[in-house]
Design a protein around this ligand. Sequence first.
Ligand code: WQD
Length: 346
Amino acid sequence: MGNKQKILVTGGLGYIGSHTVVALIQAGYEVVILDDLSNSSLMILDRIEQITGVRPSFYQINLLDKKQLYAIFSDETDLSAVIHFAAFKAVGESVREPVKYFTNNLVSLLHLLEVMDHFQVTNLVFSSSATVYGDARELPVKESTPFQKALSSYGSTKQMGEEILEKTAAVKDIQVISLRYFNPVGAHDSAWIGELPNGVPNNLMPYITQVAAGLRPSLTVFGNDYDTPDGTCVRDYIHVVDLAKAHVKSCGRLIDKKNRDSFEVFNIGTGKGLSVLEIIHAFEKQNQLSLKYEIGPRRSGDSPAMYADVTRAKEILRWEAELGLTEIVTSAWKWEQTLHPHNTCL
Ligand code: WQD
């Protein structure tokens, strides 16, 4: 126990964070979780323990509280790496509340960098997003594809976050891997952890599972007149358990000093685009149910199609997605059913 490598995970009780904590523990790491519980639940800590048999240390902290952050780093010595998930992520809200998003997502990152520098913690994995590409002009998008203007303040915070990290890593003793996630979906196979959306889901998969559970009357497909094979938008849906493993790989790469540059970026997706209708039909088929949906108008800000070139992750990070659409739709539904056990007859 004593000589395990220790990883600090901010936002470790969130959707992607909790799956990553489980993967880290299963890979033999010791984990320290920081989370302010603003979009997560303490119950997830129990669930992590159920799955792994290990209860990680946990600190309830908002990263804007720099003093508390210093105190935690002085208690938790010998950190091998930090994975920084903690951030606000609701795209629509970020458009209405830019200051809230810029403050939370960027000041917290700056605090973390200051404290890491002070305590000489040199490895950082950053939670970035495909949203940094904006409305990409070429598909599939490569890491070298130039950024277009961000479509939301949320997207700007990820672009700016990467810029802050690149400039810092160029001159300071810090090594950064930035993972640009495409569309994270699905849940842990145990159905002990998964996505816990706050209120009406913004994203497709939790909306689908809530309609299937009878919690919402029907799904609106946002537009079927796009220039795509079936007219609905195309995205690169990546299973959250695969995504979690990309973080474990990234930590190992930094700890073993295998990184080639002080700032590296990787697209984390499957490389395959799927339409909204393909997702709906796979969900219906694999779970043997029928989903109520209708075609509605386009949602503003949506790109017609977005999917990753994953060559870099495959060749350099030695990571690739292993789970497919079947595992995605079955695990998402299994998770939803554990949340609402009395509502599964539909
Ligand atoms: C997927 C597709 C919708 C809901 C967002 C962020 C992105 C990233 C992931 C964080 C789109 C369609 C959706 C519904 C629908 N997040 N849809 N009906 O917009 O691709 O990406 O989450 O980094 O930054 O922008 O994901 O799940 O909202 O939508 O038809 O009720 O499903 O139009 O084509 P999106 P999404």
